[in-house]
Design a protein around this ligand. Structure first.
Ligand SMILES: NC(=O)c1ccc[n+]([C@@H]2O[C@H](COP(=O)([O-])OP(=O)(O)OC[C@H]3O[C@@H](n4cnc5c(N)ncnc54)[C@H](O)[C@@H]3O)[C@@H](O)[C@H]2O)c1
Length: 382
């Protein structure tokens, strides 16, 4: 960190990662931005587009580099764990796109490396900084839900023709967009899961990860305490192949006094409310479609505009950003939280333990699906 309390950041992986480059460039806590990609065309296109001269080909070179405080990894899924551990061990702060890792052992290795290094690790989960989720948190903080009785999340996406590491990926290994909003709103973790694999997938897609399931659906038992009473469950469905449902990330909070459903990517959520339960009386119910406010007010003025679409450019915006409605304004919030946690010397909101708890839920769900849907305990990382 330099004298002005600003940090030097590197962005590694410039497919989806290109969306984050201009946000770091404009963040008032960032002194300089280095870009990194094995693909020379991507490196040149992003460097030229944003006038960045600091260009590095490999994450491995960033690990050894001096003068870089923090690295945001947006590389392919199989590389996240090893790269994150190496960056933390080199004394750098690390932000990483989802998923954190694809095995419980790798989750443990990242948590251990974060603790040993004392550096910040943050998982950059877009689903908990969308306008819809920030509004759900506001409802929760106002006490609108009453007791939370059940949570439900889903993420449907067709990954045909995406980079090869996606081919046949177990759907629950990439479950955090559906799991994280549920665990975050209830401030809890999953302790046990039963999961069913579902559907047919062509044989060659089953080879890479030994996964026969294009879709998986799970029920989690949640830890009681804090906001949750004993006995609350969450239901999560993931679909990656051979499903005609277009891109959708959704979550529902079923509360005693209010139910908030985000069901369609580009439509307003639905809020059902009911008058308090009086035994023996019928409750008064109402339905509204609140328009969740854009929370640019939570951001430094320099990056507030990035809650809107088309950060990178109109022609080359990433497909998931397009399909996912621009991830609903989440990107600048993630950047701001990562940078300010480092500048302020505090843990980030989605620290290594939180990220591991969210990611392990999906990893254990897939294990359950492979074992005939038996109960699998989800480990704690505290
Ligand atoms: N909403 C979200 O949070 C969201 C959305 C989309 C993608 N993602 C995640 O973002 C990641 C990237 O997705 P993508 O679609 O851009 O993938 P991609 O494969 O198109 O891009 C990854 C880039 O990383 C580069 N790379 C790989 N290894 C490298 C290394 N060792 N050194 C330097 N560069 C290296 C590749 O050249 C490539 O350009 C994935 O892990 C995916 O899970 C998250």
């Amino acid at each position: 960190m330099n004298a002005a309390n600003k940090i030097s950041v590197a962005v590694a992986g410039l497919g989806f990662g290109a969306e984050f480059v201009p946000i770091y460039l404009d963040h008032p806590g960032v002194a300089s931005v280095t870009i990194c990609d094995l693909n020379p065309e991507r490196l040149q296109a992003v460097g030229d587009r944003f006038g960045i001269s600091r260009r590095v080909a490999k994450v491995e070179d960033l690990i050894a580099a001096e003068g870089i405080d923090a690295v945001h990894l947006i590389t392919g899924i199989p590389d996240h764990a090893e790269q994150a551990v190496a960056l933390l061990e080199s004394g750098k702060h690390c932000a990483c796109t989802v998923p954190m890792a694809t095995s419980v052992d790798d989750l443990r290795a990242i948590v251990a490396a974060q603790r040993a290094s004392g550096r910040n690790y943050m998982m950059m989960e877009t689903a908990v900084y969308t306008r819809q989720f920030l509004y759900a948190k506001e409802l929760r903080d106002r006490g609108a839900f009453g007791r939370i009785q059940l949570l439900r999340g889903a993420h449907y996406q067709d990954m045909e023709q995406w980079p090869p590491y996606w081919d046949g990926l177990p759907p629950m290994w990439y479950a955090t967009h559906a799991v994280a909003p549920l665990l975050a709103i209830a401030e809890t973790r999953a302790v046990e899961v039963h999961c069913y694999g579902s559907g047919w997938m062509r044989p060659e897609l089953q080879q890479q990860y030994g996964n026969p399931f294009p879709m998986e659906t799970a029920i989690f038992r949640l830890e009681a305490g804090g906001l949750l009473e004993e006995g609350v469950a969450a239901e999560v469905t993931r679909s990656l192949y051979y499903g005609a449902r277009g891109y959708m990330e959704s979550f529902t909070v079923y509360g005693e006094n209010a139910c908030y459903e985000m069901q369609m990517e580009n439509e307003a959520p639905v809020l059902f409310t009911a008058s308090p339960t009086v035994v023996g009386e019928r409750r008064q119910e109402s339905l509204s479609r609140p328009d969740p406010p854009d929370r640019a007010d939570l951001l430094p003025a320099e990056i507030a505009k990035y809650t809107q679409r088309f950060v990178y450019n109109n022609e080359e915006s990433h497909l998931s950003f397009e399909q996912g409605g621009g991830h609903h304004g989440s990107h600048p919030h993630l950047v701001h939280e990562f940078v300010s946690s480092i500048v302020e010397g505090r843990p980030p909101a989605i620290d290594a333990v939180t990220a591991a708890n969210w990611t392990a839920a999906g990893i254990c769900a897939h294990e359950s699906a492979l074992k005939g849907s038996c109960a699998v305990a989800v480990p704690s990382f505290d």
